[in-house]
Design a binder for this molecule. Structure first.
Ligand SMILES: NC(=O)CC[C@H](N)C(=O)O
Length: 381
């Protein structure tokens, strides 16, 4: 590389990648994951589940559709930084209101370009998601030894509770998409919307939109809400959102709260972190995966129908299916590695999935799950 490197990615094992920095300057420590999606970099970067993670995109052309506020999954980018093959290109899309680099600079996120992302992805596949330090300095001054040491000393995501950092501070009513997603879901014909309390552990906006689109009036509550606070809204169903960090680290508040909700005879629907916490509340265990699943083309089999769905995924922890107690049925499995992707209670409309039926980015094969939730609330009426 003729140019002096202005960014540097140091792995805990001492491997160092040099490249060109873009976006914000500074240094950040995080877990490094790879994402195989070919579109949707903005949705990925603003998905709160990526807190304390840096995303390597295996797709080489990142930035070419720019950014637009409409595609934000949260108010700010949450991923700590990104690693890309080429320097981000100029945007070419009628929806773009800004380019990726300026947007990242404004929002304080670091990028590194010119990286051999195939080599890096192979390393992540072999050794699991490494702890890394990413630094961007226009002068190109890096203390590599200190960066490696910082990556090595970082505690990592195991045991880390991040849901309480990204949750809403106050409850609010979500109404965007209410009754207004023509034809997206079948259920928006209800005379009166279903009252849903959505617990926000780092919820993506398109999940809230999808709930509203399936006929729900959605009240969003902070992650620390108690079961009584949930019940005070007289919900007809409770939704448990996606979110960052280790599900087991929410064991002091969210998991016992969900366990308590399970005694209240309500339909419950969980996605990703919500799925994992529901499993914990039911008595199962979660485990850290090697490199996790992050992409928009993950095949999942519905165990009960045999049907295959192509899904959007973003998780580094998984429910250990062996630990699911009696009365809890494994409903979906990953066709990549056989890991658990869904569960339901045998005798009640309580169910959850590890993947992302709201897509955004990704395929919409699994949108039926929002209808299933609406159907459970309709049956209870
Ligand atoms: N998208 C999510 O909700 C992720 C859940 C959890 N933080 C994991 O990495 O497995």
């Amino acid at each position: 590389m003729a140019q002096k490197p202005t960014a540097c990615l140091a792995l805990a094992d001492g491997t160092v990648f040099h490249g060109q920095g873009f976006g914000a300057t500074g240094e950040v420590v995080a877990e490094l994951v790879f994402n195989t999606a070919m579109t949707g970099y903005q949705e990925i970067m603003t998905d709160p589940s990526y807190a304390s993670q840096i995303v390597t995109f295996t797709f080489p052309h990142i930035g070419n559709t720019g950014v637009t506020e409409q595609d934000d999954e949260a108010a700010d980018p949450v991923a700590s930084g990104i690693v890309v093959k080429w320097d981000p290109t100029e945007p070419s899309n009628w929806r773009a209101t800004s380019d990726l680099v300026a947007w990242m600079e404004r929002r304080g996120r670091i990028g590194i370009g010119g990286i051999d992302t195939r080599r890096l992805t192979r390393a992540i596949r072999q050794q699991g998601s490494p702890h890394v330090v990413l630094a961007h300095d226009p002068q190109g001054n890096f203390d590599i030894a200190a960066m490696v040491a910082r990556a090595r000393d970082w505690q990592g995501l195991v045991g880390l509770d991040l849901a309480k950092d990204v949750t809403t501070r106050q409850s609010y009513r979500w109404d965007e998409g209410l009754w207004e997603w023509p034809g997206q879901f079948g259920a928006a014909t209800e005379a009166k919307p279903f009252k849903v309390v959505a617990l926000d552990y780092g919820a993506k906006r398109n999940i809230l939109r999808s709930l509203a689109g399936s006929g729900a009036e959605v009240i969003v509550l902070p992650a620390t809400a108690t079961a009584d606070e949930v019940m005070a809204h007289e919900p007809e169903g409770v939704f448990l959102s996606n979110g960052p960090g280790d599900p087991a680290a929410t064991g002091t508040y969210a998991v016992p709260m969900i366990r308590e909700l399970l005694t209240r005879d309500l339909p419950i629907f969980g996605i990703c972190l919500g799925h994992q916490m529901l499993a914990l509340a039911l008595g199962a265990k979660t485990v850290k995966m090697g490199h996790g699943h992050h992409g928009a083309n993950h095949p999942v089999r519905d165990v009960e129908t045999g049907k295959v769905e192509i899904t959007s995924m973003n998780h580094g922890f998984a429910v250990d299916a062996q630990t699911l107690p009696e009365g809890v049925i494994e409903t979906h499995v990953s066709l990549f590695d056989g890991s658990n992707c869904g569960l339901r209670m045998a005798d009640r409309p309580v169910f959850s999935v590890q993947y992302h039926p709201e897509a955004s980015p990704g395929p919409q094969d699994s949108a039926y799950l929002f209808d299933r939730f609406a159907e459970a609330m309709r049956a209870r009426r």
